[in-house]
Structure formats: C-alpha cells, structure tokens
Design a protein around this ligand. Structure first.
Ligand SMILES: Nc1ncnc2c1ncn2[C@@H]1O[C@H](COP(=O)(O)OP(=O)(O)OP(=O)(O)O)[C@@H](O)[C@H]1O
Ligand SMILES: [Mg+2]
Length: 286
C-alpha cells in the first residue's frame, strides 16, 4: 500500500456546482518525487489541499471516496499532527511568510518553537539550515522585505528545519527568474537525495522531466495520466489533450519528420544530445 492512497475521490468546494476533483484514484509512495502538471484551474492546488488534509479539515464542501495517509482515513487524522509531518510551500511566495516575526531567523524558528524544541537546539538547527540553503546573510533581515526568491528559500528553510517527511510544493518558481528557479530546484534536488517524498506542482515541464520520478497530469479535475516521467512525457498524444510536453519531445517529433529517428524518445535536453551524439557515431561507422 502506498504512503498516500486516494480511492475514487470527488470533491466540490462549498457553493460550487461542479466538482474541482473528480473520481481520483492513485497511490503515492514514500521517498518518491511526483511532478504534477496540467492546465490552469485544472485542480492541482485543490489536489495539494486534499493531500495536506485542508480538505476536509479546513474547506467544507462535499468530499466522497477515501483519502488514506499511512492507511488511516484523513478525516480521522489530527490536522495539527499531519502538518508537522507534511510541509507545504505556497504557490504565491508573498502569502508564505507569517508576518508576525521581525527577523528571518525568528521566522525559521517559529515552526520549531511550535514543536517545542529546546532553545539551544533550535538556534543550532536554524543556523544549520540557513547554511544549507545559503541564506545566512538574510537571517537578521525583516522577512516582510525579502524578494520573491528569498521568501521561497526562507519558506523552504522553515519546513526543512522541522525535518518533515513529505513536501507538497505548489508552483514555487512561478514568480521567479531563471536564477531564482535554479536555486529552488537545487533545494528540491537536495530533498530528493535525502529520500523525502515530494509532490511538486510545476508548469515548467522541462524541469519536471529532469527531476521527477513520476508525473501526474490533472486536467478538468481529472487525473488523466500517472506514470514514470519517461513514459508519460514522451507521449505526444498528450499534446492533443492540452498537456505541455518537454522541449526535447517536441524537437524529437520534428527530427522524425525530417527522417532522423532516435532509438527512444528523449525527455530532457541532455538525453536528446546523448542520443544524437550516439547516432552520429553509428553513422560515422557505416
Ligand atoms: N476556495 C475555492 N472555492 C471555490 N472554488 C474554488 C476554490 N479554489 C479553487 N476553486 C475552483 O476549483 C477549480 C480548481 O482550482 P485549482 O486552484 O485547484 O486549480 P489549479 O490547477 O491549481 O490552477 P492554477 O494552475 O491556476 O494554479 C477551479 O475551477 C477553481 O475556480
Ligand atoms: Mg494552483
């Protein structure tokens, strides 16, 4: 059984007539990195709210089907306990900061205080995490006066300090430039290497192809595809269904139209270059 199990889950927000999520069945395993993609208003953030227990603990509305976390129904889970194990990074970095703390140091310490960690250990943890995420120079700053990228890194620092097992991350880079995006993905890669379970909503499908183990495509409230990155993202049939595919897949299609057939469909540019170089060598031999 997966770490998180959804069985025929349908959810409708209060006062809405159509469900935001329809008949979702899937299983998420511990230690895996899931990339969630799909069109705007498709239900990705709602899916995150469900995994975090905000549905049904915070959002009322109509929920049917089963959501199991480690085999236990989410309706029976204590949301406070769940939130100490499952970290969340918001879609908009400007809503992330608590606004009640005067320094970044205190902001990162906030969650640890809530966990009742002794002061000395807390100070040590904040410093360690700040070093890890290279934000030492921000520790004395006012958290309300950070750039979007800095805010996102502070948000990651807060939940990494609490040593959570699961990270639900909703479009962390949508407001960041390429450099800020790269820094966030360095952090996410580090979490993956530590064996954390990651559920990342991300529009930049090339990054999903590079980092994730599996992909979920959520369109119109439905889970239209779930499977290994290579399998799902190399399927050009998904284009007709409105999904975005990696540049390498699009390029491969154009190569094929020009008579250049690679032995497999590349999903990252590195893979594409490798396959082209191998093909070049083969041709050199003949
Ligand atoms: N609090 C809410 N109350 C009522 N309807 C909502 C609420 N939040 C989202 N919805 C509706 O649910 C549907 C799914 O929204 P959701 O935010 O999950 O989509 P999304 O895939 O995250 O979109 P985006 O890519 O724009 O972030 C939309 O039709 C949206 O209008
Ligand atoms: Mg969203």
């Amino acid at each position: 059984m997966g770490f998180i199990e959804l069985k025929d889950v349908t959810y409708t927000y209060p006062l809405m007539h159509t469900p935001a999520l329809k008949n979702i069945t899937c299983s998420l395993e511990e230690g895996k990195f899931y990339g969630v993609i799909g069109e705007n208003a498709g239900g990705k953030t709602t899916f995150c709210n469900l995994l975090r227990g905000l549905i049904p603990h915070f959002y009322q509305g109509k929920l049917s089907g089963e959501v199991l976390i480690e085999g236990e129904d989410i309706r029976k889970k204590d949301i406070d306990v769940l939130s100490t194990r499952m970290g969340y990074i918001f879609q908009n970095p400007f809503t992330q900061i608590s606004g009640v703390r005067k320094t970044v140091f205190e902001e990162i310490a906030l969650g640890l205080e809530n966990l009742g960690i002794p002061k000395e250990k807390m100070i040590q943890r904040v410093i360690e995490v700040a070093e890890l995420l290279k934000i030492e120079e921000l520790l004395e700053n006012d958290p309300n006066r950070l750039s979007g990228g800095q805010r996102q890194r502070v948000a990651f620092a807060s939940i990494i300090a609490m040593d959570m097992d699961v990270f639900v991350i909703d479009e962390p880079t949508s407001q960041l430039d390429p450099e800020g995006t790269e820094r966030i993905f360095e952090i996410i890669r580090m979490l993956k290497d530590k064996g954390k379970t990651i559920i990342l909503v991300e529009h930049k499908v090339d990054l999903v192809a590079e980092y994730a183990d599996e992909v979920l495509i959520i369109q119109g409230g439905e889970l239209v595809r779930k499977g290994p990155v290579k399998e799902v993202l190399s399927d050009v049939g998904m284009l007709e269904r409105g999904a975005m595919l990696p540049q390498a897949v699009i390029l491969n299609r154009e190569l094929m139209e020009n008579g250049i057939c690679l032995p497999e469909v590349p999903v990252t540019s590195e893979e594409c270059i490798r396959l082209l170089l191998e093909r070049g060598k083969e041709h050199g031999k003949n």
